[in-house]
Design a protein around this ligand. Structure first.
Ligand SMILES: Nc1nc2c(ncn2[C@@H]2O[C@H](COP(=O)(O)OP(=O)(O)OP(=O)(O)O)[C@@H](O)[C@H]2O)c(=O)[nH]1
Ligand SMILES: [Mg+2]
Length: 295
């Protein structure tokens, strides 16, 4: 069968995780409109009659400031070592800017050090632009790297994903698949539950707060029909704690009920969830805490 792994790299917020979820046909990676949503490499498996495509979602590449960000960028770049194919995703709404050039430079550097591999350019979010605007974007990227193929698409509306799959599957090696038919991700449900809670915090808050948030699942007990979850939402300052909790606890309640709905849908069991907010100053630069958080 056709089997192999495609890593997806690119700037933050271009739609990498949205594409992985669309191809896997399940939510394995959290998505938000805030940059730097994904913090670790996430594996998802798409199953087809022809074989299996392993998708490696990565944190958006950027100039790292905190220790957390250095780890995120390193995790993205390391993913190339696990991949048979490489896709760089860009936002089709804009011409290549400094952030996109940084991505291309970092990837080009790494590709020099390894045997050649197929390299795709995915121009995402074309649902938001006029058709006549697509060609100038393609032309602007065409000569910046040697692309195997350039594919304009929309991860959100799934426009052109069939074409992407056709092209990608053809490039996959002919080997035995590694995963059972129902396997979609290597993350535990406990970990995914924490991510789903973090996603709701990102969606419900603004400005600096999303960057300062981490979630740990402190209790995860699965019974016949129910799952009991207790999770801590970490922020860096007292003021941020107040924002997450909201007036009269309203925001935390919304975060909890939306996360619970998603987790129940994913597990197929009723979820009882308890959330609390903890302040941990400068956790983003603390080696020990970063490791404890799994970053
Ligand atoms: N209109 C439109 N929006 C999209 C598309 N793909 C993703 N988005 C939106 O873009 C935002 C970012 O999507 P993500 O999938 O989280 O982006 P990412 O590249 O994984 O971001 P990081 O994890 O921060 O690196 C979300 O609000 C998505 O809904 C698309 O094809 N069209
Ligand atoms: Mg992401």
């Amino acid at each position: 069968m056709k089997y192999g792994a495609m890593a997806i790299l690119g700037c933050p917020n271009v739609g990498k995780s949205t594409l992985v979820n669309a191809l896997v046909k399940q939510k394995v990676a959290i998505v938000s409109d805030k940059p730097q949503t994904t913090r670790t490499r996430v594996l998802g498996v798409a199953h087809f009659p022809e074989g299996q495509l392993v998708l490696l979602d990565t944190p958006g590449l950027h100039r790292p400031w905190h220790r957390l960000n250095k780890r995120m960028v390193q995790a993205s770049l390391d993913t190339i070592q696990e991949a048979d194919l490489l896709a760089i995703m860009v936002d089709g709404q804009r011409l290549p800017g400094p952030g996109d050039r940084l991505v291309l430079e970092q990837v080009a550097q790494l590709l020099k050090e390894r045997p050649p591999m197929p390299l795709f350019l995915l121009i995402n979010k074309v649902d938001l632009i006029r058709k006549s605007k697509v060609l100038p974007i393609i032309e602007a990227y065409q000569h910046l790297m040697t692309w195997t193929e350039i594919v304009p698409l929309s991860a959100k509306t799934t426009l052109n994903l069939d074409r992407l799959l056709d092209i990608v599957i053809k490039k996959l090696p002919e080997v035995e698949g590694a995963y059972d038919e129902d396997f979609v991700t290597d993350q535990s449900m406990r970990h995914l539950a924490g991510e789903m809670i973090r996603e709701k915090v990102l969606i419900q808050t603004r400005a600096e707060l999303p960057y300062a948030v981490a979630v740990t699942v402190e209790q995860y007990e699965e019974e016949d029909r129910v799952v009991r979850i207790a999770a801590a939402i970490f922020v860096e300052k007292d003021s941020q704690k107040g924002i997450v909790i909201g007036k009269g606890g309203e925001r935390l309640k919304t975060i909890g009920s939306e996360a619970r709905r998603d987790i129940e849908a994913a597990i197929g069991k009723k979820v009882y969830m308890e959330l609390f907010v903890k302040v941990q100053a400068t956790w983003r630069d603390n080696e020990r805490i970063l490791s404890e958080l799994g970053y």
